[in-house]
Design a protein around this ligand. Structure first.
Ligand code: SF4
Length: 325
C-alpha cells in the first residue's frame, strides 16, 4: 500500500461572530471536525455547493489561514508545529493550484520568473543554468513551448495561463498539490485538457492531489476518494466507487442527480435541491441538512448525526441504512 503523505485529523476553523443578539461566544464553524488521509499519487475530491467549507478546509490544511484546532501531518512531520525556515521548507512539499489563472499570475513577471519563483524562495538551485533547465523542463511537462519563457501572462490564453500556474506548482515536485476549482474559470473545451494534464502529471511525478470542486462530474473523472461537505461538516466520505455508485446521504444523492446529462432522455434536470444553503452564521439545529432534506424526521431537528460506517464508506445521516435500501 502507498505511503500516507497527508493526514488531517479533526481539523476545525471557527470564526468569532459579534453582532446583536449573538453574544460574545457565537462562532461560525466554517470547517468543523474534518479528517482524511491522502496517499502518495492519490486524488481526494472535496465537493459541495458554494459556502460548504471546501475552500476554508483547503486554506486551513495549507495554513494560509491558521486552523482553530486539529492535527495536520505532512510527510510524517507535524505541519502545524512548524515555523520560519522549517515551515518554508515543508511548504515546498505542498503546493496550491489556484482557481483563477487570470488573477493568480503577476502581470509584471515573465513566465520564466513566475515558474522559477518557488525555486528562488526555496533556494532550490545551485546555479542559474540549473534554474533555467528546471524552468524549461516544467514548461515542457505542462505542454508550454519553452520559447515563450520571456512572455508575460497577458500574452497567453486562459488554458495556457492555467498551465503556467501548474508548472509553478509542480516545479519542486511536491508530495501534495491542492487544486482549488482549477478548471471552473476555463471554457468547457479547455477543461478536459487541463484535467488530462493533471492526471498525466500525477502518474509521472507521483503527486497526490486534493481536488476541490463543486462539479461532481469532474471529481468522478479524476478522484480516487471523495469527501462531501455541507455547512463546514463532512456528510459523506469514501472511495469514489462506493460514493458514486451507492450514495448514502440525501445531500450527495441530490448533488449527483443535479449533474447535467443533456445526452440522456431526461435532458437537463430540474433543480433537485430545494432552497439555498443556510447561513453558516445561523445554522440549523440537529442535522444541518434537515431544512432541505426530503427525508427529514423530528429526530433530525434536534440530534446531530455522527459520521459512521466502514473504512471505505462513511455517512452522517440517522437513516443512512434505511435510505440505502
Ligand atoms: Fe435527512 Fe435526517 Fe439524514 Fe439529516 S439525518 S440527512 S435530515 S434524514
Amino acid at each position: 500500500m502507498r505511503d500516507v503523505v497527508l493526514k488531517v485529523e479533526h481539523l476545525k476553523k471557527y470564526y468569532p461572530l459579534r453582532h446583536a443578539g449573538k453574544g460574545e461566544n457565537a462562532l461560525v464553524k466554517a470547517c468543523d471536525d474534518v479528517s482524511f488521509e491522502l496517499r502518495s499519487g492519490e486524488v481526494l475530491g472535496i465537493v459541495g455547493e458554494s459556502g460548504c467549507g471546501k475552500t476554508t478546509t483547503m486554506q486551513s490544511v495549507i495554513r494560509l489561514i491558521e486552523p482553530t484546532s486539529g492535527k495536520i501531518t505532512l510527510c510524517g512531520q507535524d505541519f502545524r508545529s512548524l515555523k520560519g525556515k522549517d515551515l518554508k521548507e515543508a511548504r515546498t512539499r505542498m503546493k496550491l493550484i489556484f482557481q483563477d489563472p487570470y488573477s493568480s499570475l503577476n502581470p509584471r513577471m515573465t513566465v520564466r520568473e513566475i515558474i522559477a519563483e518557488p525555486l528562488d524562495i526555496a533556494h532550490g538551485c545551485s546555479s542559474r543554468k540549473e534554474r533555467e533547465e528546471l524552468v524549461l523542463q516544467a514548461m515542457r511537462q505542462v505542454g508550454l513551448d519553452p520559447a515563450f519563457a520571456n512572455r508575460y501572462p497577458h500574452e497567453f490564453s486562459g488554458g495556457q495561463r492555467q498551465r503556467i500556474g501548474i508548472a509553478r506548482a509542480i516545479i519542486l515536485h511536491p508530495a501534495v498539490a491542492i487544486c482549488d476549482e482549477p478548471v471552473s474559470a476555463l471554457d468547457v473545451s479547455i477543461q478536459a485538457k487541463i484535467i488530462n494534464l493533471l492526471k498525466r502529471l500525477q502518474k509521472e511525478l507521483g503527486t497526490a492531489y486534493i481536488f476541490i470542486s463543486h462539479d461532481l462530474g469532474v471529481v468522478r473523472h479524476i478522484a480516487d476518494t471523495v469527501l462531501v461537505m455541507y455547512l463546514g461538516r463532512v456528510v459523506e466520505q469514501g472511495s469514489c466507487e462506493a460514493v458514486f455508485k451507492n450514495p448514502l446521504h440525501p445531500y450527495t444523492k441530490a448533488l449527483l442527480a443535479s449533474i447535467p446529462r443533456i445526452d440522456s432522455e431526461r435532458g437537463v434536470p430540474e433543480a433537485v435541491l430545494a432552497g439555498d444553503v443556510p447561513s453558516p452564521a445561523n445554522p440549523p439545529s440537529g442535522c444541518l441538512f434537515h431544512t432541505r432534506c426530503p427525508y427529514s424526521q423530528s429526530r433530525c431537528e434536534t440530534e446531530s448525526p455522527l459520521l459512521r460506517g466502514t473504512r471505505d464508506h462513511q455517512c452522517a445521516c440517522h437513516f443512512a441504512e434505511t435510505l440505502a435500501q
